[in-house]
Design a protein around this ligand. Structure first.
Ligand code: PMP
Length: 434
């Protein structure tokens, strides 16, 4: 069966031929194998993977220890769906020990589920209707926080030119939108609506906001504001949670939210997520017999994903793991700066630890989402397409997207990627000028 056959068959039985938005690439990809930091497509072409399944594969692909622990778990106790399992207890204890705001935790299956439960909890606990989020942030596929994930411009409850069909207008109306890193924009929203705000939701490092680092004082300001208005502060650590340390970015920043969500890298590719926080608020979930906030999920705490998470945390706890991730991330950032400088291409390279962002613009780092509009879109897309052709897997179609390294990435991968970047940028400039 050839590459083209699979693409054609897929387009027949699946809308667009792909199973989640943003998997579309030019040219289209059909991937057949992945190992460590490398991926192969159906034509046999090999890529070094900086896409990393949107950040899930923190250990790299096909990790033998994860695979063995999952196999053993599935043979011992896969999914029963009643009571609790020793593995769920062990994982929950470990997460509570690691993450500063976790006094209690509940498991689920995806980042969207975790943030959905966090919104419902905030509304249930406070009895308030509105939630505050920041322009450009993505918190999952549900309506609750979908407003203003792409377009620039500040709009309170505004609707962006992103697909909105089927989204409940009331959910968009109940979402108040502020500028990332801008406490003044928060203050004005709070002045008008503060007594109806259930929660402030934020990515503590703006990886969906083009790689915006929180400015000194920003997260502290959110903490103060949430306390002042009686709202919950929720850190969406779906990307940052395991990526930036076992305690999440909250441990790095030294600011503790009321509730936080984890997903992506937690299971190194298996679907597992968590929502956790202060005991007094977590007690409101109706897993507690007197709780009044619904919490349910047939697959929650399944044997395979829980085993994957336990093994992932064990490997990441070993000496040198985060140092290796940061060292490879630093080499990529520094190397890209050098490559673009030597070619005279204005660029901002940002990121933290194992995540990096490239913006074709000399205007300095991204602070909030409208800065992404400075990106030279034609050059960015052409560069990423050339990178794909030169054997570097990333998302060519999405603007200001982040890239990830894993524990399996080596110096040789960095060299390969930087050589590809050097070859790609010249071709991309010629292409973008056409
Ligand atoms: N929160 C953040 C910060 C995310 O980046 C994402 C996914 N990109 C989500 C939530 C949603 O997670 P999932 O795709 O696992 O539902």
């Amino acid at each position: 069966m050839s590459f083209d056959d699979y693409l054609q068959r897929s387009a027949q039985v699946t809308p667009g031929g792909i199973h989640s938005q943003r998997r579309q690439t030019t040219p289209p990809l059909c991937l057949v194998r992945a190992a460590g930091s490398h991926v192969w497509d159906a034509t046999g072409k090999e890529y070094v993977d900086f896409h990393n399944a949107y950040g899930c594969m923190i250990l790299g692909h096909g990790n033998a220890r994860v695979a063995e622990s999952v196999r053993a778990a599935l043979m011992r106790l896969d999914l029963v769906g009643l009571g609790v399992t020793p593995a769920e207890v062990e994982l929950s204890e470990r997460l509570v020990a690691n993450v500063p705001c976790f006094e209690q935790v509940l498991l689920c299956n995806s980042g969207s589920e975790a943030t959905l439960h966090a919104v419902r909890l905030a509304r249930g606990v406070t009895g308030r209707r509105r939630v505050i989020k920041f322009q450009g942030s993505y918190h999952g596929t549900h309506d609750y926080l979908l407003s203003n994930r792409l377009a620039s411009g500040l709009s309170r409850g505004g609707v962006e030119p992103d697909p909105q069909a089927g989204v409940l207008p009331e959910a968009l109306d109940a979402t108040l939108v502020c500028r990332y890193n801008d406490l003044d924009s928060l203050a004005s929203v709070v002045a008008e609506h503060g007594d109806d705000v259930a929660a402030i939701f934020v990515e503590p490092y703006g990886h969906n906001v083009g790689g915006a680092a929180p400015r000194p004082g920003f997260l502290e300001g959110l903490r103060r504001t949430a306390d002042a208005i009686g709202a919950m502060l929720v850190f969406d650590e779906v990307i940052t949670g395991i990526r930036h340390g076992l305690g999440g970015y909250q441990a790095v920043a030294g600011v503790t939210p009321d509730v936080a969500t984890l997903a992506k890298a937690l299971g190194n590719g298996l679907p597992i997520a968590a929502v956790g926080g202060k005991r007094e608020v977590m007690q409101h979930f109706n897993t507690n017999p007197v709780g009044d906030v619904l919490y349910s999920g047939t697959f929650n705490g399944g044997g395979g994903p829980v085993a994957a998470a336990l093994t992932t945390l064990e490997i990441l706890s070993e000496p040198g793991a985060y140092e290796h991730l940061a060292a490879i991330g630093d080499r990529m950032r520094a190397g890209l700066v050098d490559v673009f400088a030597s070619r005279g291409v204005p660029v901002s390279v940002s990121g933290y630890g194992s995540v990096f962002h490239v913006l074709f613009d000399a205007g300095g780092p991204v602070v909030s989402q409208e800065d992404i509009s400075r990106n030279d879109v034609a050059l960015y897309s052409a560069f990423r397409r050339e990178m794909l052709a030169n054997g570097v897997l990333d998302t060519p179609e999405t603007q200001a997207m982040r890239s990830y390294v894993s524990l399996a990435h080596t110096d040789a991968d960095v060299e390969l990627a930087l050589a590809a970047a050097d070859a790609s940028i010249a071709a991309a400039r010629a292409e973008a000028r056409r």
